[in-house]
Design a protein around this ligand. Structure first.
Ligand SMILES: Cc1cc2nc3c(=O)[nH]c(=O)nc-3n(C[C@H](O)[C@H](O)[C@H](O)COP(=O)(O)O)c2cc1C
Length: 434
């Protein structure tokens, strides 16, 4: 068996491993991936009992990287044992949350590790068909992925009797048509089935009633790309990296008013200020920070004066009233117009609401109208309370979490920047009265 240790090697500088984006040139090519030990973890997994594979993932503490940070191994155990019904794996490569652009790095630079993870997960759960649902706009990445899957088929890693074993699985790449709602797991399954991407009422959950009514597990690209490294190096190795309750590395995508935007693979629990100043090169023009959204546009924002000591992992962010989401950090400097930001974000959720639930369909539209009026200079003092009321009527009252995603930025920006927004509205009222 070839040795995969190099693949998940220590990166000299800060002294932590690069798990999903190793610094190896041309790793997307099968030859390079194999010569660095790729697919060795699959072979190791195939020698284990499937339940033992799930157990390793469970013990590693791996949590989903798609937004909710749900424990991955635990999710896998929800799948029924036995083969009375076909079972499916759906990989979520929809990546449509504004500020989130990390999965595409894996698709571009390390697609075979994702495929290897899919194969290991399928083996662990007794799955015979896996789908990668990729957002329609990711055409370039779709082509890369499709080529990688074809190569994996030609090397007999995918298909019948994988690597000489009696395990068989097919992998299909399926393109979405550009809808954020199809990243929500049940909307994704409806779309894969060829229907309109309307999220389903839960329960029943996908492990009971997933694709075509059969048991299904849905996992994010980054989540699954971690699996080969965990199988190769063991649960304890992984559990020791980064934050104790949310271990491993995270792909942090930093955007906005920074000198060096990009995706940085760093241990979970990295300081937010290190991310911004050390890795993303600090704020453009050395300006002060007004606001940071730490986990993609739907997560509650933090004020510039709240950033000191904040660690970037699920539990730490919860502690400061936000959430890790997809690790997409949006930095906004002192000159940022908050009304413009909220209007932009709200327009997105209004546009992407599937329209199934009245609070989301109507509420996002009303928030947009109020914010547009405020942005155009016609705001009133009572608008802030009105916005919070509309947001509260959306939050928790919809089939899927798109409603919460739309409500949170508005509600928490108003809560954390009330004074500034009140002053702006007062000045608008003064101008209107003059
Ligand atoms: C509106 C909406 C959009 C979502 N978009 C994505 C997405 O693009 N990619 C993703 O992995 N998860 C997305 N999610 C989360 C998924 O529903 C699901 O929790 C995730 O794919 C599970 O994978 P994980 O357990 O590996 O994190 C979205 C959720 C909501 C409510």
């Amino acid at each position: 068996m070839s040795d995969a240790t190099k693949l998940y090697a220590q990166n000299g500088d800060p002294g932590f491993p690069r798990i999903v984006l190793p610094e190896i040139p041309n790793l997307a090519q099968m030859e390079t991936y194999e010569s660095n030990g790729g697919y060795a973890a699959l072979k190791r997994a195939l020698e284990m009992d499937p339940a033992a594979v799930t157990d390793v993932v469970k013990k590693s503490g791996l949590r989903g990287r798609g937004g909710a940070a749900f424990p991955t191994g635990l999710k896998w155990t929800f799948m029924p044992k036995g083969n009375e019904k076909p079972k499916y794996l759906a990989i979520n490569a929809d990546e449509s949350e504004p500020g989130s652009f990390k999965d595409r790095q894996i698709l571009e630079f390390n697609p075979h590790q994702l495929i290897e993870g899919i194969l290991i997960a399928s083996y662990a759960m007794g799955i015979k068909a896996a789908y990668i649902y990729i957002r329609g706009e990711y055409y370039k990445w779709y082509k890369i992925l499709e080529k990688a899957v074809e190569e994996a088929y030609s090397r007999k890693y995918v298909g019948e009797n994988i690597a000489g074993s009696n395990f068989s699985v097919d992998v299909y790449v399926h393109r979405g048509a550009g809808a954020y709602i199809c990243g929500e797991e049940s909307g994704l399954m409806e779309s894969l089935e060829g229907k309109r991407g309307y999220p389903r009422v839960k329960p029943p959950f996908p492990a009971q009633n997933g694709l075509w009514g059969n048991p299904t597990t849905i996992n994010n690209v980054e989540t699954i790309a971690n699996v080969p490294a965990i199988i190769w190096n063991g649960a304890e190795w992984f559990a020791k990296i980064g934050a104790e309750k949310h271990p491993g590395t995270l792909l942090y995508g930093v955007s906005g008013h920074v000198n060096r935007p990009g995706v940085f693979e760093l241990p979970s629990g990295t300081l937010l200020t290190d991310l911004i100043y050390k890795y993303a090169g600090g704020v453009i023009g050395d300006k002060k920070i007004k606001m940071v959204i730490p986990g993609g546009s739907s997560m509650p924002p933090l004020r510039g004066d709240q950033l000191e000591g904040v660690k970037m992992d699920a539990e730490s962010l919860k502690g400061v009233g936000s959430a890790i989401g997809t690790g997409g950090v949006i930095v906004m400097d002192e000159d940022t117009n908050l009304t413009k930001v909220l209007l932009r974000i709200t327009k997105f959720y209004w546009d992407e609401s599937c329209g199934q639930c009245t609070p989301c369909r109507e509420g996002t539209g009303w928030m947009k109208k109020i914010l547009q009026r405020m942005y155009d200079g016609g705001g009133k003092a009572e608008d802030l309370d009105l916005l919070v009321r509309v947001a509260n009527n959306i939050e928790g009252n919809t089939i899927c979490a798109l409603g919460d995603a739309a409500a949170w930025p508005v509600k928490f920006t108003i809560q954390r920047f009330r004074k500034e927004l009140e002053e702006e509205l007062a000045s608008q009222e003064r101008s209107a009265a003059a």
